[in-house]
Design a protein around this ligand. Structure first.
Ligand SMILES: Nc1ncnc2c1ncn2[C@@H]1O[C@H](COP(=O)(O)OP(=O)(O)OP(=O)(O)O)[C@@H](O)[C@H]1O
Ligand SMILES: [Mg+2]
Ligand SMILES: [Zn+2]
Length: 152
């Protein structure tokens, strides 16, 4: 199997085992999809995974993620692992984790849902499936079809 190599990073974060096709959406979550990128980022898309099948990988120098970003990554790439690189080595490895209830991280796609009216109601979803994530709105019962485009 072909090896894909990018320049190793000294310090930063490798987001590994991203579901194929989701790398750019993860970049958006970590705020590195615009003109404000201050350090090198490697984007690997559709590379073979040793575990099985294919994956996307992001390697971001000199950045660690905040917990809210990690929670959002879990919603669109539930198998992702977050590797914190320090001095060229994997210093920490975390699996992202989907909670049982998602509050205030995604908006409901139903325009008539109370969470989209003037009421100050925070969106809340029950996680009915974890792989792939299936979110059902607590207020209108609708399944959220496109999680990646409804992140808050
Ligand atoms: N210094 C580094 N610079 C860039 N990428 C790195 C660096 N060190 C590790 N990585 C990448 O981080 C990821 C995790 O590294 P690790 O050595 O834990 O691999 P692994 O044993 O295959 O992990 P896993 O079991 O999670 O797949 C891999 O994708 C690896 O290529
Ligand atoms: Mg691996
Ligand atoms: Zn709703």
């Amino acid at each position: 199997m072909k090896e894909f190599k990018v320049t190793p990073i000294r310090n930063g974060t490798v987001i590994d085992h991203i579901d194929c096709g989701m790398a750019l959406k993860v970049l958006r979550i970590i705020g590195m999809d615009g003109g404000n990128v201050q350090s090198p980022v490697s984007i690997l898309m559709h590379v073979p995974s040793k575990k099985s099948g294919w994956k996307d990988v992001l390697k971001v120098e000199d950045r660690e993620l905040d917990p809210r970003q990690v929670d959002k990554i879990a919603l669109i790439a539930p198998r992702a692992t977050i590797n914190i690189i320090r001095d060229f080595n994997v210093a920490e490895k975390h699996n992202v984790k989907l909670p049982d209830v998602v509050i205030g991280k995604t908006r409901c796609a139903n325009p008539n849902c109370i969470t989209n009216q003037k009421e100050p109601v925070e969106p809340e979803f029950i996680v009915e499936g974890k792989n792939p994530p299936i979110l059902r709105c607590v207020y209108c019962d609708r399944i959220l079809e496109n999680i990646a485009d409804n992140l808050i």
